[in-house]
Write a protein that binds this ligand. Structure first.
Ligand code: PEP
Ligand code: MN
Length: 355
């Protein structure tokens, strides 16, 4: 829209966009308002929009992840801006890295509280804990959520209580559309696991909860696909998306050394494309406790906005992913070093992106 376009003119364009069966994404910069048209682009008569009062120009942005791209946001914000996602008193994507830590799976109230206390003392900001676990085998522990709804709710309540007790916002995964409402009731951030990155109906439904979404990259997805699926969340008007690099499928005999291949090159590449924060999960990315420290440091050096780390007070006794979980003491050590690395590499200033 032209500088100084009136609210009526903006509303008129929005209603015209809707008339064509598209959604309108209104972003207000300091001087300019930009209206993104979301949906099947074949339906857009450019010449019609060009002549509406208050319209400066109509531009086609060809990339499939338009709303989350810098290519789009640069029309109303400074190109160097980042989106800061506020979750209670934690800022993700701001000037400090964020550490999300906790067990792979919630096993009991006692286990969760013990780990929550440990990760808080170690310097973590957000508590994680899986309740609906995506597993490769039907014969493995599927998480307490799989037992029945009552148990799922009980485990979600523990997570909420542990978060409140130690002043940590909480995140857990919703594995299917069935549990979105339930999970959203208890957590501050809703996680979409790697295996579900491609589930556009799940993405849409989670986005509508108007809570921040932690979207993990599928292990077979390219960067463009990853961002294109993040776009499904943004298309619902929810841009509080935290991207997470968690490793892609290894080649050759790779799997006998690391569970996945942590694609750290994707971190700065993605930061050039989008203003969304991106964190790294070295736990699933390596599958090995003895590599977590090194790869956490490497992720920080690559410029990640934070880390997600699986932590257990007794990894050997864990029901899931014991081989990759570190102890709270190891977490403390990792965070201390990562803080120093982050300060060295974060020379750029970070400002908030609105809209
Ligand atoms: C998890 O974070 O609990 C998890 C299962 O990770 P991913 O979806 O990346 O495999
Ligand atoms: Mn795990």
């Amino acid at each position: 829209m032209k500088t100084g376009a009136t609210e009526e003119q903006i509303a008129r364009v929005v209603s015209e966009v809707k008339k064509y069966g598209l959604k309108a994404d209104v972003s207000r910069g300091v001087f300019k308002t930009v209206i993104g048209m979301v949906g099947d682009e074949r339906k857009i008569p450019f010449s019609h929009f060009e002549i509406l009062p208050g319209v400066k120009e109509v531009i086609r942005i060809e990339i499939p992840y338009k709303l989350v791209s810098r290519e789009y946001s640069r029309h109303f914000e400074s190109p160097s801006r980042h989106r800061i996602i506020k979750v209670k008193n934690v800022k993700i994507g701001g000037s400090e890295p964020v550490y999300i830590a906790g067990p792979c799976a919630v096993e009991s109230r006692e286990q969760l509280f013990m780990i929550a206390e440990g990760v808080k003392k170690a310097g973590a900001h957000i508590l994680r804990g899986g309740i609906f676990k995506p597993r490769s085998s039907v014969y493995s522990f599927q998480g307490l959520g799989a037992i029945d709804r009552k148990t799922a709710e009980k485990a979600l309540r523990w997570l909420r209580e542990a978060g409140d007790e130690f002043d940590l916002p909480v995140v857990t995964e919703t594995r299917g559309e069935l549990h979105v409402d339930l999970v959203a009731e208890y957590v501050d951030i809703i996680q979409i696991g790697a295996r579900n990155m491609y589930d556009q109906d799940l993405l849409t439904q989670v986005a509508r909860k108007k809570k921040p979404v932690l979207l993990k990259r599928h292990f077979g997805a390219g960067v463009e696909e990853f961002l294109s699926f993040a776009e499904y969340i943004a298309a619902e008007g929810n841009k509080d998306i935290i991207l997470c690099e968690r490793g892609i499928v290894p080649i050759g005999k790779g799997r006998s050394y690391t569970r996945y291949t942590l694609d750290l090159g994707a971190v700065p590449a993605i930061q050039k494309e989008t203003y969304l924060p991106i964190i790294v999960d070295p736990s699933h990315g390596t599958g090995r406790r003895d590599l977590i420290y090194s790869m956490s440091c490497a992720a920080m050096a690559a410029g990640a906005d934070g880390l997600m780390l699986e932590v257990h007070h007794a990894p050997a006794e864990a029901l899931v992913d014991g081989q990759q979980m570190i102890t709270p003491d190891e977490l403390k050590n990792t965070i201390e070093t990562c803080q120093r690395i982050y300060k060295l590499v974060q020379l750029k200033t970070k400002n908030e992106v609105t809209g």
